[in-house]
Design a protein around this ligand. Structure first.
Ligand SMILES: C[S@@+](CC[C@H](N)C(=O)[O-])C[C@H]1O[C@@H](n2cnc3c(N)ncnc32)[C@H](O)[C@@H]1O
Length: 287
């Protein structure tokens, strides 16, 4: 089945999703959790291949979680509101983008967020230190055409409606109910660990809280996959995780880096995927 692609999101795991899913257990999962969902690319891929009975999409950035609710439960409302933004911008694109950005910073409307994501530079949301959306428009594009959005949103809604619960919580709260019959895929913000302001995310992650949660999941035998650090050319991102977590590391070649290509360099991006002890145990193999 074709996997719907709804939210244009920098850092989306859309291209890697089939390879990430290949590491999941063969048995049917009860609930598939994606606590750092973003564009929920891995959940969409899992649902398209019927990996689980139920799904949980969570992202602490509330307007994004609200956008997921619209996509799944009120696809026509999102299509209508987005079409309004798309058509109203014509002839006055730059100024209109600034107006919608200002509106979004006041009312956090999920369909305004979708318009901003579809129109902004490299589809990369950016925030200032006050938490306001401050990315500029990409003046070469108008954003996703409403007809294209319609097809993708309808497909995503069909796939997930009635099977998914959507939250805007801290990831630890979401994982409290996970059991060994469930499965968790985590893609936390990579560099939100330095304590510095990182404009790519509305919320940042404390590395200690991630490690503490991984320890708890290990203790309760919940199987999980974690995308964490990576390399582009000689540059490494992210920190090593402690040995005592007993994670198996796999390197995935994510292809040429778009950013490096723009700068005239031909560099491969290697992303690391960590397999939890409970997952390695069910697969009965070492990587
Ligand atoms: C790297 S992105 C995930 C991208 C996703 N894998 C995809 O395919 O689009 C990380 C996401 O985690 C969210 N986030 C950051 N801190 C969080 C927290 N403490 N709990 C839950 N979500 C969080 C961010 O808002 C962001 O959307």
């Amino acid at each position: 089945m074709k996997i719907p692609h709804v939210i244009p999101y920098q850092g989306s795991k859309r291209k890697l999703a089939p390879r990430i899913l290949a590491f999941m257990p063969f048995r049917k999962i009860e609930t598939f959790y994606e606590p750092f969902a973003g564009s929920a690319a891995v959940t969409l891929a899992a649902a398209a291949s019927h990996k689980a009975t139920r799904y949980v999409i969570n992202d602490k950035f509330k307007p994004l979680a609200e956008l997921w609710k619209l996509i799944v439960k009120q696809p026509n409302t999102l299509i209508e509101e987005y079409s309004h933004f798309f058509n109203s911008q014509l002839g006055n694109e730059k100024e209109y983008f600034s107006d919608v950005r200002e509106l979004f910073n006041q009312n956090q409307s999920p369909s305004a967020l979708f318009y901003l994501m579809a129109r902004c530079v490299k589809n990369s949301i950016r925030f200032n230190s006050a938490g306001e959306f401050n990315q500029s428009p990409d003046n070469r594009r108008l954003g996703m055409k409403p007809e294209k959005l319609k097809a993708e949103v309808k497909a995503a809604s069909l796939l997930l409606n009635g099977k998914v619960r959507i939250f805007a919580e801290d990831f630890r709260k979401i994982l409290r109910k996970a059991t060994p019959n469930d499965f968790v895929y985590m893609d936390p913000p990579w560099q939100g660990t330095s304590g510095k302001h990182d404009p790519r995310y509305a919320y940042h992650l404390n590395l200690k809280s991630l490690i503490g949660e991984l320890e708890r999941l290990n203790y309760t035998n919940v199987p999980y996959l974690l995308s964490f650090d990576g390399k582009c050319g000689e540059k490494s991102y992210g920190k090593e995780l402690p040995q005592y977590l007993a994670l198996e590391k796999v390197s995935l070649n994510a292809g040429r880096s778009a950013q490096a290509t723009l700068l005239g360099r031909n560099q491969k991006t290697i992303e690391s995927l960590y397999l939890s002890p409970a997952l390695v145990e069910t697969k009965k193999y070492k990587v």
